[in-house]
Design a protein around this ligand. Structure first.
Ligand SMILES: [Zn+2]
Length: 163
């Protein structure tokens, strides 16, 4: 849908089904090929347990949440990545995907707002002692002096901060 992974400043991931779906479209499949070749985008299959967990979650949400196999794989891959300690953001305009992501406490964004940096809720954190600096008023950790990194705020953390 016009997303160019090369324009992103972070790693992106997709699943083989998406490559398959894009094969007939010159523009998107070209961007995907370039992004994959440059290492900007990784094509990966989700693990079986995550795939099953996403299916279960979708089922428990009822009839209104129907996920295609491709969408199930995407959410399952995000689940795998979050288990690896990453903070994935699922990019999808699909209501069912967003619902299941929400239920699994995964971050998601619609394509319309994705890539607009200001829409992200970033938090600075120390990669050494994990202290968070939500106000962004320092570049180095005040406790241990390590250079801070940033990541998108996850929903739970955002809730805790505001309550
Ligand atoms: Zn620190």
């Amino acid at each position: 849908m016009g997303l160019d992974p090369l324009g992103l400043e972070f790693e992106s991931y997709s699943v083989p089904e998406v490559t398959e779906e894009l094969r007939q479209q010159t523009g998107p499949s070209y961007r995907l090929a370039v992004s994959t070749a440059s290492g900007k985008m990784k094509i990966q299959n989700p693990s079986k347990p995550s795939f099953d967990k996403v299916l279960d979650e979708a089922r428990s949400l009822g009839d209104k949440v129907v996920l295609s196999k491709t969408d199930t794989s995407i959410v399952a891959l995000a689940l795998d990545l979050s288990k690896e300690g990453k903070t994935p953001v699922i990019v999808s305009d699909d209501y069912a995907v967003q619902n299941v992501a929400e239920a699994l406490k995964l971050n998601y964004q619609s394509l319309a707002t994705f890539g607009i940096r200001q829409k992200f809720n970033w938090v600075l954190y120390c990669p050494a002692c994990f202290r968070k600096y939500p106000n962004g008023d320092t570049q180095d950790c005040l406790v241990c002096g390590t250079k801070l990194k940033r990541k998108p705020v996850d929903k739970e953390a955002a809730k805790q901060r505001t309550s």
